[in-house]
Design a protein around this ligand. Structure first.
Ligand code: OSB
Ligand code: MG
Length: 374
């Protein structure tokens, strides 16, 4: 039985070690939205809402999600008895459109709560099969191809097994060619355009076929599936969809229309773990590999992503870099680390998310707080 008695919403500010630029915007200070969940029997669990500062990735922002959780999500879960965390997603979807990141924050926190009540790891609770995962890095748009080459080289030397390069028109072919030339034909490279192109740019995108990229992520509009099918027909490089896969139905659309051959699953984007698992299972049945994307999460959101990435069809390295890639100091103990072989260990022997939240530090960093109860 799962019954959430109270929620504490907190905003903390964490400064990224360096600005992160994608085609649709730049982040320097991450506004991290944490949710602490409490059950009637005093078990505490954590969620993180991954909505951004600006609505440039998807329509949600931290400020919009805060209101959505207070006004629409919390009233549907507080004090209500659920047989298990599987029941939260349908309860939040019923006559409630959108706000996937707001819904996911609570739903994923409820999975942590249930795992802790049972004394099992979140990975185990979700059906994870791996105790270590391969790690990729996502490199923001850099000032010059040379700067990018330096970052990509360091990443491979450090052990990352996938290097994702953010691109936009004008900072694409030259940048990618420079990295390919410097790091050799076998370097595991991919590109992510965050919607920076249209079908008018098809020649520019087809030119990327010579670069041996593992995939090109979301070149076209954030909510497009149809035009990506047209583009995939012209491209040899697999398209990976990110922004436009907001549910298992959209994943089915991608498969039916052949709009892409790989999916980046971000649990926040799809409304939580039930939807993530459904997409994972659908893709597995169709031979479509998936990997876990990132939203510059703190150590809390990272814990949820690591647990998800331990499921069997997460066969490609995720955007799940260790804490030190993002922050001077993370808010969890221990911080997330990567070993010399480039693996991150899944805390399968610890209940729930498997890391401790440094509450003193979180309190120091908190700039906004709200308590919601039954
Ligand atoms: O498109 O995958 C993306 C970060 C913010 C918004 C969108 C994206 C990203 C990343 C970062 O690529 C991945 C990470 O958290 O390391
Ligand atoms: Mg992306």
């Amino acid at each position: 039985m799962l019954r959430i008695e109270s929620l504490t919403l907190r905003e903390i500010q964490l400064q990224l070690k360096e600005p992160f630029q994608i085609s649709s915007g730049t982040v320097t200070h991450r506004r991290i939205f944490l949710i602490q969940l409490r059950s009637a029997d005093g078990v505490e669990a954590w969620g993180e809402c991954v909505a951004g500062e600006q609505p440039n990735y998807g329509p949600e922002t931290i400020d919009l999600a805060w209101v959505a959780i207070r006004e629409y999500v919390a009233p549907r879960v507080l004090g209500r008895e659920f047989a298990g965390p599987e029941e939260i997603h349908p309860a939040l979807e019923h006559n409630f459109r959108g706000s996937n990141m707001a819904k996911a924050a609570i739903e994923m926190g409820a999975w942590d709560l249930a795992a802790r009540q049972e004394g099992v790891s979140l990975s185990k609770k979700l059906g994870g099969v791996r105790d270590r995962i391969e790690v990729g890095i996502s490199l923001g748009i850099q000032k010059s191809p040379e700067a990018l080459v330096g970052k990509a080289r360091t990443a491979l030397e450090r052990g990352y097994s996938k290097v994702k390069i953010k691109i936009q028109p004008g900072q694409d072919l030259d940048y990618l060619r420079a990295v390919r030339a410097a790091l050799g034909p076998d370097a595991p490279l991919m590109a992510d355009a965050n919607n920076a192109y249209t079908l008018e740019d098809v020649d520019r995108l087809v030119a990327m076929d010579d670069l041996g990229l593992m995939m090109i992520e979301q070149p076209l509009a954030w909510d497009d599936v149809l035009r990506h099918a047209e583009l995939q027909r012209r491209l040899k490089t697999p398209i990976c969809l990110d922004e436009s896969i907001t549910s298992v139905e959209r994943a089915q659309d991608m498969i039916d229309l052949e709009s892409g051959r790989i999916i980046n699953i971000k649990p926040g984007r799809v409304g939580g773990f039930v939807a993530s698992k459904a997409i994972h299972d659908l893709c597995a049945a169709h031979g479509i590999p998936v990997w876990c994307g990132g939203m510059l999460e703190s150590g809390v959101g990272r814990a949820h992503n690591v647990a998800l990435a331990s499921l069997p069809n997460f066969t490609l390295p995720g955007d799940l870099s260790p804490s030190e890639r993002y922050w001077e100091k993370d808010i969890v103990i221990p911080e997330w680390t990567m070993d010399r072989e480039g693996h991150m260990h899944v805390p399968v022997d610890r209940p729930g998310i498997g890391v401790e939240v440094d509450l003193n530090r979180v309190d120091d960093l908190t700039v906004r707080r709200e308590e919601l109860g039954v």
